[in-house]
Design a protein around this ligand. Structure first.
Ligand SMILES: N[C@@H](CCC(=O)N[C@@H](CS)C(=O)NCC(=O)O)C(=O)O
Length: 209
């Protein structure tokens, strides 16, 4: 197997952390997004979406999204279960994770990609070029702030984002909080549940990756 990664980007970090939590050792190739390596003919042959992560399997099959790679690796290596161990846990984790992706990660991408000069003409990832829309950056920032303010309630008194066990919901939420730091936004200082949770997940060895 070969994992196509990018050390500076949030989405492939979701897979890096997942691989580390499973204790797997997978050959890794770094695609430098800052140099535009995702747009090269070689990489398009692996992932025509021009995005990372991607996972090339030994039989030549290719998985081209975080969710696809997670599902595949979880099935091959069920322990520890990161997508949920029981039917209810699987459902809860999928619910929470989608909320984090939609209201957190997508809002953050909207804010960043529509504002930073380095992403001029590249307001969406993928093979097609789109111009930035400043109003979307503003709306994205408002959505990120609303999301960060609600993390405390989302965590409540649970140890982890979707319940008693560490899961992909924690991976996505931690990455979202770190990603928000790029726009100097963060969890409210007095959000005790959110701060307690963030400290716990960030101190796991996988979080350093
Ligand atoms: N939902 C997709 C998102 C992948 C994605 O957008 N990756 C970004 C890095 S975080 C990318 O490859 N961007 C390429 C670009 O900006 O041109 C996944 O998780 O696989």
């Amino acid at each position: 197997m070969k994992f196509y990664d990018c050390k500076t980007a949030p989405s492939p970090r979701r897979v890096r952390i997942f691989i580390a939590e499973k204790g797997l050792d997978i050959e890794t190739v770094d695609i430098d997004l800052r140099k535009g390596e995702q747009m090269s003919a070689e990489y398009r042959a692996i992932n025509p979406n021009c995005t990372v992560p991607a996972l090339v399997l030994d039989d030549g099959n290719i998985l081209q999204t975080t969710a696809g790679i997670w599902a595949y690796l979880e099935d091959l290596h069920p322990e520890p279960a990161l997508l949920g161990a029981t039917a209810l846990e699987k459902g809860r984790i999928a619910d929470v994770r989608w909320k984090i992706e939609f209201a957190g990660l997508m809002a953050m991408a909207e804010a960043l990609r529509n504002s930073v000069p380095a992403m001029k003409g590249r307001a969406l990832p993928g093979p097609d070029d789109f111009e930035q829309i400043p109003e979307l950056a503003e709306r994205g920032k408002q959505r990120v702030q609303l999301f960060l303010d609600r993390v405390d309630t989302m965590i409540g008194d649970k140890p982890f984002a979707a319940g008693d066990n560490y899961s992909v919901a924690d991976i996505d939420l931690m990455i979202m909080v770190d990603f928000a730091g790029w726009l100097k936004m963060g969890l409210p200082k007095d959000a005790d549940n959110a701060q307690r949770w963030y400290e716990a997940v960030s101190s796991r060895p996988s979080a350093k990756l």
